[in-house]
Ligand binder design. Sequence first.
Ligand code: MRU
Length: 344
Amino acid sequence: MALKTVEWKNNSVIMIDQTKLPSSLEYVTYTDYNQVADAIRTLVVRGAPAIGISGAFGLALAALQSDAKEKDQLIQDLETAQKTLLKTRPTAVNLAWGLEKIMSVAKSEKTVGQIRVSIVEVAKQMAEDDIQINMSIGKNGSKLFSKNDTIMTHCNAGALATVGYGTALGVIRATKESGKNIKVIATETRPVQQGSRLTAFELKHDGIDVSLIPDTAVGYTMANGLVNGVIVGADRILRTGHVFNKIGTYQVATMAKQHNIPFYVAAPLSTFDMKNNPEDVIIEQRKASEVTGIGDKKTAPDGINVINPAFDMTPPELIAGIITEKGVAKAPFEESIKKLFQAN
Ligand code: MRU
């Protein structure tokens, strides 16, 4: 059975608690938007599309929690919730996208009753659409890979990073479903280990051949002919084709270029930020303990200085293509990305 990361049921939000994986598959149920904000902050739910939809569901909870009798009061309550949800994580643009979409629905309705009904309906529809969009990304991306290819991926851009199916792992699923037998190499993705905890878990769960490597073996596997292509997800893509994704993506892309291996990015149009420039994007800095230990085990001396950025930027010249639900953008990216939006 395919994993469903986040879902709306009986006026509550149900999520897989990803901090518990791979040891146990547990679900949490939230009825308060503050709980959803905490879940995003603490990585109970993570991955750009998944936090976008969680944000939308968070606002749906806020609408149900509010005792406002007038539209203006309800909009004010929703704006308070929007601020709380938005400040949880700064890099993935999908969070702002999900929140803004729900706020515009709220503002377009006339009565508090209509606002509550519409927000819940639209948020549920966004979750359904996410799966369909990922399947389209998968179909578009599957044409780029051949039978018996081994594809490297970094972090987790799978069902667990979306509502279901995944972006980068969606392409891998669709390639396999199209009859091409492929294998996957997953990087461990220190410090939070989304590769070993989540990608390896998810692919193994779905019966896809996956080998786990330490991040330090990216060069070795590429230099020894073990990799035919790379595919990763994204947290934010600029109109110029600059891609913000999990820390280490830039190293993988640079190494792929060195070995003439195509490096692809898979993401929905909701991951594009057409307004900002590279210097405007905030890279989330996370706590030192993620680096000074693995799980509960300490692996560094007390008091050591730590630099722990959660994301990095890959420049367009390292990217062979950006796979979206509307097609594949290739260099020159500024033109091809614009065309994707015109096709929308
Ligand atoms: O810190 P995380 O686990 O939220 O980071 C996730 C990533 O970097 C993913 O690659 C990205 O969000 C794309 S998910 C389809």
